[in-house]
Design a protein around this ligand. Structure first.
Ligand SMILES: [Zn+2]
Length: 144
């Protein structure tokens, strides 16, 4: 390794990724992510919660990933930890499915399993929508 690491600023990471994040349906409005950014606090690219953010490598440095803006996502500590050992398609699959609901459901599965069991019994449609936001948004679009 030569020279000091030069990581992009959180603002540079948001500016690079925002158009794509809107394109894939992660966020709605241009400027939404930038307006939420305050130092290193902002909206996690993966789960959408407003938290203290970490600059996470998409391809790990260990596997030759660079410090360039196109290899960095801003993730909350929870998502960063979860994504740590995901590589290639596994990462992107996880990333696109991850949202505030999946994040809540994972926590609830651990801490409130009864709640998830009740939801699965009485409102399986709601649980399914939470776990698969894409099918939910296409249903919502059809109802409009
Ligand atoms: Zn997150």
């Amino acid at each position: 390794m030569t020279g000091p690491r030069k990581m992009p600023t959180p603002k540079a990471v948001v500016e690079h990724w925002e158009p794509w994040l809107i394109y894939v349906g992660k966020f709605d409005e241009p400027g939404e992510l930038l307006s939420e950014l305050d130092g290193s606090t902002g909206v996690c690219f993966a789960c959408g919660w407003r938290r203290s953010l970490e600059r996470a490598h998409i391809v790990a440095r260990l596997h030759g990933g660079s410090d360039n803006v196109d290899n960095i996502h801003l993730l909350c500590g929870h998502c960063h930890h979860e994504s740590e050992f995901k590589e290639g398609n596994d990462y992107w699959y996880w990333f696109l499915r991850q949202n505030c609901y999946t994040s809540v459901i994972k926590m609830a599965t651990t801490h409130r399993p009864q709640l998830i069991a009740e939801l699965a019994t009485y409102r399986p449609d709601v649980l399914a929508a939470w776990l698969n936001p894409r099918s939910y948004s296409s249903q919502a679009a059809e109802q409009r």
